[in-house]
Design a protein around this ligand. Structure first.
Ligand SMILES: [Fe+2]
Ligand SMILES: [Fe+2]
Length: 193
């Protein structure tokens, strides 16, 4: 049973390493840049999808009507900015002089976002949720990650991925948040006694 926060932090380490490599890459190695960018895109998309589908809604529910709720909105907006910057970088030739500048912007954006998650949101989540809840959430996230990873690495499943993420956007909030609400409603062990 993985802890949700430990899982997300491990992803952060991996994506930050890839972004550093991209930042240090040169226009003389465009193939390498393209490969790195493809890896970064996959890592970011899978990670943000499990955050948006599971971690963030559970956090929001647990933080309801407290100041911590703002952290949910901030993080969601930052994901949105990444969603706008990433396609721009993808559309830029790996040999173009703008490529380095755009990848630096993406790297800084993500480093900032990760600092906020790890420095503010995760410590709050630890305060708001029990270990049991964090492990239950980690389980759900791990299962979802497996499916998403398979979709990203198997080209035949790509259309499924597109349909799924489109569905996720139009799905009623009530349905989308069912798992998050169930975890948020888990009664802490201590009070059950
Ligand atoms: Fe994250
Ligand atoms: Fe995030």
């Amino acid at each position: 049973m993985p802890n949700a926060i430990t899982m997300l932090k491990a992803d952060h380490v991996a994506v930050k390493r890839l972004l550093r490599e991209l930042d240090e890459s040169s226009e003389r190695a465009p193939r390498r840049r393209e490969q790195l960018l493809a890896d970064i895109e996959r890592e970011i998309k899978i990670h943000s999808q499990i955050e948006e589908e599971l971690f963030y809604p559970t956090f929001k529910k647990c933080a309801e009507k407290t100041e911590s709720e703002d952290l949910f909105y901030e993080a969601t907006e930052e994901h949105h900015v990444v969603d706008m910057v990433l396609p721009e970088l993808k559309a830029t030739s790996a040999k173009a002089p703008e490529f380095a500048a755009k990848s630096k912007v993406l790297k800084e954006l993500i480093e900032h976002h990760v600092r906020e998650e790890e420095g503010e949101m995760f410590p709050q989540a630890r305060r708001l949720m029990t270990d049991e809840q964090l492990r239950e959430l980690g389980d759900a996230m791990e299962a979802r990650k497996k499916t998403l990873k398979a979709m990203w690495t198997n080209p035949a499943l790509k259309p499924v991925k597109m349909v799924q993420s489109a569905m996720q956007k139009v799905m009623p909030t009530k349905m989308k948040n069912a798992k998050a609400n169930a975890i948020a409603a888990m009664v802490p062990k201590e009070s059950r006694r």
